[in-house]
Design a protein around this ligand. Sequence first.
Ligand code: AP5
Length: 184
Amino acid sequence: MIRVIFLGPPGAGKGTQASVLSKDFDVPHISTGDILRSAVAAKSELGQKAESYMNSGELVPDDLILDLIRERLTQEDAGKGWILDGFPRNVSQANFLDKLLVDIKQPCECVLNLEVPDNVLISRLLERGRKDDNEEVIRNRLVVYRKQTEPLIEFFRSRQQLVSINGNQPMDSVAADLKQVLQS
Ligand code: AP5
């Protein structure tokens, strides 16, 4: 059973590694980005509200995300553990999650922070080519990350929950480092 949060800039490998750990530890991989992209593809009300923010690299407003996370973490499969990827993304989401995890009695074990230099992030994302992976939007995502998400590093470090991993290595080596942390 693991309950962990992935932190790191766009392109750091959060989704890639969360997916590996989800299989290895048999717990759901909960990606707010994936949930939002599905909503956009389905043209649901959530998707229609979120799309313009996503296309410009801004965070979607908290009120679109918070209920969705509460609903997802209280589904039955999340009772056996979870890996959060892309949430929380700012201090108010982190405070919301804190209260929610107390309410549902599901403490988070650790926060895995993937560290990768900006030039590597940009080239990985340009190569991937998702809709929000063009140079202008990537640069804005990095600005938004520095301003809104990076403060969470100190937030979690001050609670002794943060473990930083070098994400600028081959995928298998990153996965091995992560497993070592989780099994220690
Ligand atoms: P989201 O989907 O969360 O995107 P992101 O944080 O920008 O993350 P990425 O998916 O780009 O990167 P990643 O770290 O997961 O890397 P990946 O494994 O994919 O969010 C998208 C948008 O949704 C946001 O901009 C926002 O609008 C909205 N949103 C989502 N959550 C929100 C929230 N909580 N609040 C508000 N808004 C929210 O890897 C990237 C590439 O690199 C891949 O091609 C991969 O194959 C490659 N790669 C990975 N690891 C390695 C490696 N070790 N070596 C070489 N290549 C690698």
